[in-house]
Design a protein. Structure first.
Length: 213
C-alpha cells in the first residue's frame, strides 16, 4: 500500500515500484496529484495548535494574490525541516521525473472569506521553481477555493480539486504553458495552507543547518 507521510521521525515512505510508476504516469498525464494525509495526524494537530495562537499579517504577492501570511518562525522552520527531508525530496523526484529539484521553500498563508482575499491565474516561473505544492493545514473544512490548473494558450482547465482534507497535499507541475489559481473562498470558514515550490540549484535546507553548526 502506498504511504507517503511526514512524521516527527522523518519522512515515512512505503511504496512498491509499480505504485511509484503509476503515480509518475498519472502525474505526467494530469500534471497534478493528491498526496493524502501527507502530514502525520498527531504532528498536524501540534502544528495547527501553534498556528491558532500565532499572528498573521496582510500579504500581497505583486498583485497576483492577497491574503495573510504566518509570522511564527518556529512553525515555518518545522515545516521546512519536514518537507526538505531527503527521502521525501527523492520520492517527489521519482513521481514528477524532475531529478534536478533539491529543496522546498514556501510559506503558511490564510484566506478569510470575510476579507478581500484573492488569487489570480499565475505560473510561479521564477527562481528555478519546478514543482508546486500546497498542504492543507485548516482545522475545519472550508468551502470554495478549489485548486485549478489550466493551459495558458487555450485557457482549458486541465485539473481541478478541492483540497479540503486536513493534512492532504497536492503537487503540481510548473511550466511556462501552465497557470494555476485557487477559486474564490466561500462560506464562513477560513483556509490555512502551507504552499511553495520545489526548486533546483538551491542550497538544501539540511545543508544550511550543517553549515551553521
Amino acid at each position: 500500500m502506498l504511504v507517503i507521510q511526514l512524521t516527527r521521525a522523518g519522512a515515512f515512505i512505503s511504496t512498491a515500484n509499480d505504485e511509484v510508476a503509476q503515480l509518475r504516469t498519472r502525474f505526467a498525464r494530469e500534471q497534478c496529484i493528491l498526496l493524502p494525509r501527507l502530514i502525520e495526524p498527531d504532528l498536524l494537530r501540534t502544528i495547527q495548535r501553534r498556528i491558532d495562537v500565532s499572528e498573521f499579517r496582510p500579504f500581497d504577492s505583486d498583485g497576483i494574490a492577497h491574503d495573510s501570511t504566518l509570522l511564527d518562525p518556529l512553525t515555518i522552520h518545522l515545516l521546512f525541516f519536514l518537507t526538505n527531508d531527503p527521502p521525501f525530496l527523492q520520492i517527489v523526484r521519482e513521481i514528477t521525473a524532475c531529478i534536478e529539484l533539491d529543496s522546498f521553500q514556501g510559506r503558511v498563508y490564510r484566506m478569510d472569506p470575510a476579507l478581500p482575499d484573492t488569487d489570480s491565474w499565475h505560473d510561479d516561473m521564477s527562481e528555478n521553481r519546478m514543482i508546486g505544492m500546497s498542504v492543507n493545514l485548516s482545522t475545519t473544512a472550508f468551502e470554495g477555493s478549489r485548486f485549478q490548473l489550466r493551459d495558458r494558450r487555450s485557457n482549458q482547465v486541465l485539473y481541478e480539486i478541492a483540497n479540503t482534507g486536513s493534512g492532504d497535499a497536492i503537487i503540481f507541475r510548473l511550466a511556462a504553458h501552465l497557470q494555476h489559481r485557487n477559486t474564490e473562498l466561500t462560506g464562513s470558514a477560513p483556509k490555512t495552507a502551507f504552499a511553495g515550490w520545489f526548486r533546483s540549484h538551491q542550497p538544501g535546507y539540511y545543508s544550511g543547518i550543517r553549515a551553521r553548526t
